[in-house]
Ligand binder design. Structure first.
Ligand SMILES: [Mn+2]
Length: 331
């Protein structure tokens, strides 16, 4: 049995997506893999912690520990140099917390970090064995930075030059805590957070990429399959650091699906079915973060059907009236 440490950072609102993510992770794990799972959080209530613990306990190949980080993220979040969300994503102060794994996990030299807006569809344990060497972090190199350079245009030009070809996205990281401690990267991160010349459009990604100064390693793209990748590849002028074959492979051989922009609970991205199947299997309840579009759609359909029936009825009656009128006139 091999034990792999992995952590997540989210707040009380994201317990349901986390339940789906956790279940899928353990369900797809190989038989000899055991996950030592941690949640860094500011406010998850005890009943909701228990909801997650019960799911983990049923799976028998993981254990779950909650670490309350108090206002650690919140106190930095007050700085105005953070973007709090764009294009469907909503960022919370938990995005900062995840950068400081060294602080919360003194017992580990290496740890995996994962978002919870994901579903795991294959065993991901090989991640932990990837050669991290002298890199501070392994992450998935963003496939869109060549096509959409404006995504990084908020960075000062000297920083942009260092990061533009090595920029790693969030979602999944392997963090070299030993090396981050050795070179005191934590201090660098604090400085970047405070620096008003650097607007953090992508809070956690910007902090890690800048602090690591290009010393990052790459995880294969299929560890972050983007639901909108096929639409991107179809664009005739699309260019990427990846080959077409690599991009396509991430679509048909995903290991983790990352609902990076639209979420299954408030949008309808590709691969939503697998997420909803797990959600229903776990008997989870829809909370306030869920858009009620499913109900709205069915209500609208009922309304439309009602009007259709009325319209046909109206047509029939008019026809009958017309016919009787014609008959009457002929007599
Ligand atoms: Mn995400």
């Amino acid at each position: 049995m091999k034990t792999i440490p992995i952590f997540f950072s989210f707040n009380n609102d994201y317990v349901e997506p986390a339940a789906v993510a956790f279940f899928s992770l353990l369900n797809k794990a190989k038989k000899d893999i055991y996950y030592d799972m941690y949640v860094l959080h500011p406010d998850i209530t005890e009943p909701r912690q228990n909801l997650l613990k019960e799911i983990i306990n049923k799976c028998e190949n993981g254990r779950l520990t909650f670490i309350n980080v108090g206002n650690f993220g919140e106190k930095f979040w007050k700085n105005d140099n953070f973007s709090k969300g764009s294009s469907g994503s909503k960022f919370t102060s938990d995005t900062i917390v995840r950068c400081f794994a060294t602080k919360f996990f003194p017992q580990f030299d290496k740890i995996i970090y994962s978002d919870v807006d994901i579903v795991v569809v294959d065993d991901i344990s090989p991640l932990f064995d990837m050669d991290i060497g002298e890199h501070y972090i392994l992450g998935v190199r963003s496939p869109f930075m060549k096509y959409l350079p404006e995504e990084l245009s908020h960075l000062p030009s000297n920083v942009y030059d260092i990061c533009k070809d090595s920029y790693i996205g969030g979602g999944i990281w392997v963090m070299n805590l030993k090396k981050i401690r050795q070179d005191n990267i934590e201090q660098k991160m604090f400085e970047i957070i405070k620096d008003d010349n650097i607007v953090k459009k992508w809070p956690d990604q910007d902090i890690m990429n800048i602090a690591c100064n290009g010393n990052v390693g790459f995880i294969p793209l299929n560890y972050i399959a983007y639901p909108y990748m096929l639409d991107m590849i179809r664009k005739p002028d699309f260019v990427s650091h990846y080959s077409k074959a690599e991009l396509f492979d991430s679509i048909i051989n995903p290991k983790i699906i990352h609902y990076a922009a639209n979420k299954p609970w408030n949008g309808n991205p590709s691969y939503s079915e697998v997420w909803w199947t797990i959600f229903d299997f776990l008997n989870l309840e829809k909370t306030h973060i869920f858009k009620k579009n499913k109900n709205i759609v069915s209500k609208d359909k009922k309304k439309i059907r009602k009007y259709k029936i009325l319209f046909i009825l109206f047509l029939v009656i008019s026809l009958v009236l017309l016919l009787s009128l014609i008959k009457f006139m002929w007599m």
